[in-house]
Write a protein that binds this ligand. Structure first.
Ligand code: JFH
Length: 248
């Protein structure tokens, strides 16, 4: 998978060289290119923002540097059509199902906005361009970040760990796909490792016995309890599914 990032803060993406992602990049499973948007602004101060039409607080990123940057990126490979990903608090919220679906895109270009966001004509233009595979305006949750950089890191990490060969421990990813299948709306219960007793706290007996049937049903029950406690709205979905009106 190829990933391009356009930003006025290229340093935000140094974490991509670490850990899981860093190894995947080093192994050639993921190819990452970071671009400084200001190099596509041509006035004396490399200005990328301006006042909003219609008034209101803050500044908006103008379309000109974005157009030049994105056209230059698309022109680097005429075999593939990139998908333009635009993180925004007013997008569809990204979830595990989207992460799984996006693993089959060969080329994602992330437009990381700042200020109050990017002039809407940028998304409009690339949605209609035959050189691009589409535009996805996405959020990562209902809170407002200062820009698209951290949201892009979140999206990339969620997608990249699902790519074949990226996670050494394949079982942990297999478990995820199990979790997004029949266990669709269940949270995971507690997990334990050695020592068997720590500060007077013990590991549940059932996990020590090696009775796999009992362990599986204990974990299922813990998952139900945890979901009811932490995410009552998901528990409600589960209950209504069981009454035969499953959504999506
Ligand atoms: C981003 C920012 C918009 C406008 C009322 C609520 C928002 C500040 C680019 C994604 C998620 C983001 C995100 C993604 C990209 C950008 C800051 C945008 C507004 C009006 C203020 C700039 C934020 N899930 N959260 N945040 N910003 N206000």
């Amino acid at each position: 998978m190829r990933i391009d990032l356009v930003t006025i803060f290229p340093d935000y993406f140094t974490p991509l060289t670490l850990s899981l992602l860093g190894k995947a990049i080093a192994a050639g499973l993921i190819e990452v290119h970071v671009h400084d948007l200001r190099t596509f602004a041509h006035d004396r101060h490399n200005t990328v923002d301006d006042t909003p039409y219609g008034g209101g607080p803050g500044m908006v990123m103008g379309p000109q540097p974005w157009g030049e940057a994105l056209d230059a990126i698309a022109a680097t490979n005429k075999e593939l059509r990139p998908v333009l990903v635009v993180p925004t608090p007013s997008g569809v919220v990204f979830d595990q199902r989207a992460a799984q679906a996006w693993t089959s895109d060969p080329w994602l270009v992330f437009a990381c906005g700042r200020y109050e966001g990017i002039d809407a004509r940028v998304a409009q233009h690339y949605s209609a361009s035959a050189d691009w595979a589409g535009v996805r305006e996405v959020g990562i949750g209902d809170y407002v970040l200062a820009g698209g950089e951290v949201a892009s890191l979140v999206l990339i990490e969620a997608i990249a760990r699902l790519l074949p060969g990226v996670v050494g421990n394949e079982a942990s990813v297999t478990d995820d796909s199990f979790a997004s299948g029949s266990m669709a709306h269940l949270l995971e219960g507690p997990v334990f490792t050695k020592p068997q007793e720590w500060r007077g706290l013990t590991v549940p007996e059932v996990l020590l016995g090696g009775h796999h049937g009992q362990i599986t049903s204990w974990r299922a029950e813990q998952a139900r309890l945890r979901t009811a406690q932490m995410r009552p709205e998901l528990a409600a979905d589960l209950a209504s599914d069981q009454h035969g009106d499953h959504q999506s």
